[in-house]
Design a protein around this ligand. Structure first.
Ligand code: GDP
Ligand code: MG
Length: 439
């Protein structure tokens, strides 16, 4: 499936220390193919890939993320945005009843969804009323009555009535009289969109003024469902979409294309035939599900921006050789200034609590300038080997940099401390790689 394909693609990036433009292009080619195979609308895919590339290429990779994680994060963010960003809620009328009208082609799942929605609302202590307005098939009315019976929710019907608009109007009157706060109208479908159907739905819309017109579409029909959504939206105007049968082997294309193509958000998804198989649609959760990552992302989210990867690698090498000197210290301090939330990042890694002591080397703008001046007043040799700096040299350095001996002493102490800390951080990072870089 789509999830497997994407994970496969990102797995290939995982081993890389730095991502070149070629790496990203290659990965995006695979993402593109995976999306097209999942039956995502061609134009949607094109725009999507362009956006990802723009964000991924030439950006500094966050030090706390591997390059692969970084790309995955960008893809995840864009997938979420593609599906509407945040959850789209149902309008609730300030003057009950709230009227919800379900429309869609035959077999899409309208009647089943009407039951599921009523069930969901009942669990939220609402008093729904189901309305059987599919007058063309007696079996459809019976089907809704059976569901209503199972849920202990009233089903409004008018015997022998062949006027869907009238039924809908009477149902709203009934709801008002009997304090049912939500009216769910199950309308008739057709095998294909036709003028008769649209005319009937438009009449219901005009007469009962639903607060929500929700299109029920079958996710298994892929791009067809997107086309259907486009025409319903054009002819009738939709407030949202309910995507059914996502529990089957739907390829995901519909979920990813509908919002981008029609502008209508997905509000619920049908995840099975049972009455409790209706889920509120969360774009971010769907994106994570597609990428198969769950909570890892929230960790990434929190990690935020940090040190340039290449410099960090360089530093790691030096530390391994125990070669970390005052020049490195200076550039490190400049990095720290840039990154800000270092302690936050460290705090998220297992066993990193006491690294909070790094706060001791936290510095402000002015102090950085002073530190820089002090280090520049040292000889090259001294910068490489701080142990050469004795008492008289400290005095000279203070004079040369326009600071006080205490400042020089403080800096050397900070340096020693930082060196110790960084070495420990490095060791821990090595042993902690499994839990952090592992997905
Ligand atoms: P309608 O013609 O639009 O009213 O469609 P129905 O509600 O009668 O549903 C058509 C078929 O799809 C029925 O067999 C339902 O059980 C099935 N169905 C509806 N929603 C879902 C779903 O989310 N998942 C699965 N697997 N089947 C569903
Ligand atoms: Mg039906």
């Amino acid at each position: 499936g789509l999830a497997d394909k994407l994970q496969e693609t990102f797995k290939k990036l995982r081993g890389k220390g730095k991502l070149s433009e070629t790496d990203i292009n290659e990965a995006m080619r695979e993402v593109r193919m995976a999306l097209l195979e999942a039956d995502v609308n061609f134009k949607v895919v094109k725009d999507f890939i362009a956006k990802i590339k723009e964000k991924a290429i030439g950006q500094e990779v966050m030090q706390s993320l591997t390059p692969a994680q970084f790309v995955v994060k960008i893809v995840n963010d864009e997938l979420t945005a593609l599906m509407g960003g945040t959850q789209s809620r149902i309008t609730v009328s300030s003057r009950p009843p709230t009227i919800i009208m379900l429309v869609g082609l035959q077999g899409a799942g309208k009647t089943t969804t009407a039951g599921k929605l009523a069930h969901l609302l009942k669990k939220q202590s609402k008093r729904p009323l189901l309305v059987a307005a599919d007058i063309y098939r007696p079996a459809a009315i019976k089907q809704l009555q059976v569901l209503g019976g199972q849920l202990d929710i009233p089903v409004f019907t008018v015997d022998e009535c062949k006027d869907a608009v009238l039924i809908a109007q009477k149902a709203v009157e009934y709801a008002t009289s009997y304090a049912r706060d939500t009216v769910i109208i199950d309308t008739a479908g057709r095998l294909h969109i036709n003028e008769d159907l649209m005319q009937e739905l438009k009449s219901i819309k005009t007469k009962v003024k639903p607060h929500e017109i929700l299109l029920v579409v079958d996710a298994m029909t892929g791009q067809d469902s997107v086309t259907v959504a486009e025409s319903f939206n054009k002819d009738l105007g939709l407030d949202g979409v309910i995507l059914t049968k996502l529990d089957g082997d739907a390829r995901g294309g519909a979920a990813l294309s509908i919002k981008a193509v029609t502008g209508c958000p997905i509000k619920f998804t049908g995840m099975g035939e049972k009455l409790d198989a209706l889920e509120i649609f969360h774009p971010d959760r769907m994106a994570s599900r597609i990428l198969g990552m769950g909570d890892v992302l929230s960790l990434i989210e929190k990690a935020g921006t940090s040190i340039d990867l290449e410099q960090a690698k360089e530093m790691e090498k030096k530390l391994r050789k125990d070669d970390f000197n005052l020049d490195d210290f200076l550039s490190q301090l400049q990095q720290v200034r840039k990154l800000g939330p270092l302690d936050q990042i460290l705090g998220m890694l297992p066993g990193m609590g006491d690294l909070k002591k790094l706060k001791d080397v936290e510095i402000d703008e002015k102090e950085l300038t002073r530190t820089e001046a002090i280090i520049r007043s040292m000889t090259k040799k001294e910068r490489r080997d701080a142990s050469l700096i004795n008492g008289s040299r400290r005095k000279r350095i203070a004079m040369g940099s326009g600071t006080r001996v205490q400042d020089v002493n403080k800096l050397l102490k900070q340096f020693a401390e930082a060196k110790k800390m960084m070495k420990r951080f490095q060791d821990m990072q090595k042993s902690g790689k499994k839990s952090f870089g592992g997905f």
